[in-house]
Ligand binder design. Structure first.
Ligand code: ADP
Ligand code: MG
Length: 363
């Protein structure tokens, strides 16, 4: 039995347009952190609100430890919610914010338990301060302590780090992940930030237009995307058309290894850091560096070859000026995506591949 089992969740706000959440299903183990990752408006918050009980699904079921909570009000579900804006009581001290959430516990144990929780989130010394005296990251940790105080079976976090500036965001998300893991707490994190989802979650569901397009470990969704949307939402991707013959495909880049094996017309994805730049004398397979962008930890090049342009990331030691003649060498097999001219239908009856340019830049 899974800790959380969500099946066929669907929600329409407007009957004339596509559902905000369309047949979403996934499962969660006790202690697992799941991410729902996708662009703004793809249905992440609505999914979370249905699980919490703030929104009633049109169809679908939500089971917690095997019992159906779909019809229960939020307070009967043992689910904690952490929002982007912390939602602390501004006129109560940090300690009293946490104590407030312990109202179901006996009065005599409340203070002690609240202090334990503050210790757990590393805020012992801030107990008597007011929320406005704390940094955003500290406030978010108070919010987490308060949520943990209610002893939930599951915690839902909706973009909890997006109000924090970059440096604090990374540290806070590391702290919060450690805390959730120490407490063996199951959680769902909603975010539009791919790096956050990859680093914070054990499993990530990539959402697109109300549906989960792919779900898997961070490594799987990044390294083995199934669709061009997933390939491009998780980072940059060089998309190429080709003709597959088993473990290789003929593409504009030459005959390159692919995974999984395929036959016939394919669309494949190769990440910029999975292409090496080899310096070469002028050879028939020569490509030319069009531009170079220094990014501190790595370098981003645009490289022209056979009338197409490719994005390539190399480590900082591989510093080549624009105009350099190079050879493009895949370091990993290109990943075969689900949409090919053969298997995906579009409304015109023609494969969607005709609409996909050879190289699609992201953002
Ligand atoms: P996300 O959290 O991924 O940005 P949401 O779940 O908030 O997306 O929204 C999904 C879609 O549902 C959007 O098109 C949004 O406008 C719509 N929507 C969300 N909540 C409501 C609501 N209460 N009434 C009408 N439309 C809504
Ligand atoms: Mg949202």
């Amino acid at each position: 039995m899974k800790h959380l089992d969500v099946t066929n969740l669907t929600k329409s706000f407007d009957p004339t347009s596509a559902p905000a959440v369309d047949n979403v299903g996934f499962q969660l183990e006790q202690g697992e952190i799941l991410g729902l990752l996708g662009p703004s408006g793809c249905g992440k918050t609505t999914t979370l609100r249905m699980i919490a009980g703030f929104e009633k699904p049109d169809t679908g079921e939500i089971l917690i430890d095997g019992s159906d909570v779909t019809g229960l009000p939020p307070e009967k579900r043992r689910i904690g919610f952490v929002f982007q804006d912390y939602a602390l009581f501004p006129n109560r001290t940090v300690l009293n914010n946490v104590i407030f959430a312990l109202h179901r516990k006996r009065r005599s144990v409340r203070t002690e338990r609240a202090r334990e929780l503050l210790e757990m989130v590393g805020l012992t010394r801030e107990a008597d301060r007011m929320p406005f005296e704390l940094s955003g990251g500290q406030q978010q940790r108070v919010a987490l302590a308060r949520t943990l105080a209610a002893d939930p079976a599951l915690i839902l976090l909706d973009e909890p780090f997006s109000n924090l500036d970059a440096a604090l965001r990374e540290a806070t998300r590391r702290d919060v992940r450690t805390l959730l893991k120490c407490a063996e707490m199951s959680a769902i994190l909603v975010t539009h930030d791919q790096e956050e989802a990859l680093s914070f979650c054990d499993t990530v569901g990539v959402m697109h237009a109300g549906a989960i397009e792919q779900i898997g470990t961070p490594e799987t969704i990044y390294l083995e995307p199934e669709t061009s949307f997933v390939a491009q939402f998780l980072g940059r991707a060089n998309l190429m058309r080709g003709h597959a013959r088993g473990s290789v495909a003929e593409t504009d880049l030459g005959t390159i290894p692919i995974t999984p094996n395929a036959e016939g017309p394919v669309l494949v994805s190769l990440r910029p850091e999975h292409i090496a730049l080899e310096t070469t004398g002028s050879s028939p397979s020569a490509a030319e560096i069009v531009s170079r962008e220094f990014r501190g930890h790595d370098l981003t090049y645009r490289v022209r070859f056979n009338r197409s342009e490719y994005v390539v990331h190399t480590e900082f030691t591989r510093d080549l000026p624009p105009g350099s003649v190079v050879r493009l060498a895949p370091r990993r097999p290109a990943v075969v995506l689900r949409e090919t001219g053969l298997c995906r239908r579009s409304s015109t009856g023609v494969g969607a591949i005709a609409e996909i340019p050879r190289w699609i830049p992201l953002r």
